[in-house]
Write a protein that binds this ligand. Structure first.
Ligand SMILES: Cc1cc2nc3c(=O)[nH]c(=O)nc-3n(C[C@H](O)[C@H](O)[C@H](O)COP(=O)(O)O)c2cc1C
Length: 129
């Protein structure tokens, strides 16, 4: 079984797009060893991240994330389990309002409805235009 979780956090003061670029770059380099895939959305203020992989790997990542000073107030919104990974090709992908191609993939992936609702609420414009 593949476990997944969706969380939000609040970015540290002054964190900019270059910092987020580095987070995504580092993550996509590290995640394959943990068998984690997913995506990260940054709205200048908050993060919304979806990760999927072995339960133990997600637990370990969550613990690391809790100590990372680049964000705070990590709050898990939803957890789920599925037979298959939904984003096998995304070691970690940045997604967001202007990333149409990524949003198309997310729309089509079959995320649980509760997760999709959070994404909509985050202003991700997931509805087809
Ligand atoms: C918003 C956010 C998302 C992150 N996502 C990941 C991730 O998907 N994978 C990962 O390895 N590290 C991620 N990190 C970085 C980890 O918090 C941590 O710095 C990294 O895993 C290295 O930890 P270590 O020094 O204990 O090995 C993220 C950090 C932030 C702020």
């Amino acid at each position: 079984m593949i476990a997944s979780l969706l969380y939000t956090s609040v970015a540290a003061e002054g964190l900019d797009s270059a910092d987020v670029f580095k987070i995504v770059e580092d993550s996509s380099r590290r995640n394959p060893a943990r068998d984690i895939t997913g995506f990260l959305i940054f709205d200048r203020n908050r993060f919304l991240q979806y990760v999927e992989g072995p339960q133990a790997a997600l637990d370990e990542l969550l613990e690391t994330l809790g100590k990372d000073k680049r964000h705070h107030s990590v709050r898990v919104l939803h957890r789920s389990q599925s037979e298959q990974r939904l984003f096998p090709r995304w070691a970690m992908r940045r997604a967001g309002a202007n990333a149409e191609q990524e949003l198309e993939t997310i729309r089509a992936a079959g995320l649980p409805a509760a997760m999709m609702a959070e994404l909509e609420g985050f202003g991700t414009r997931l509805r087809a235009a």
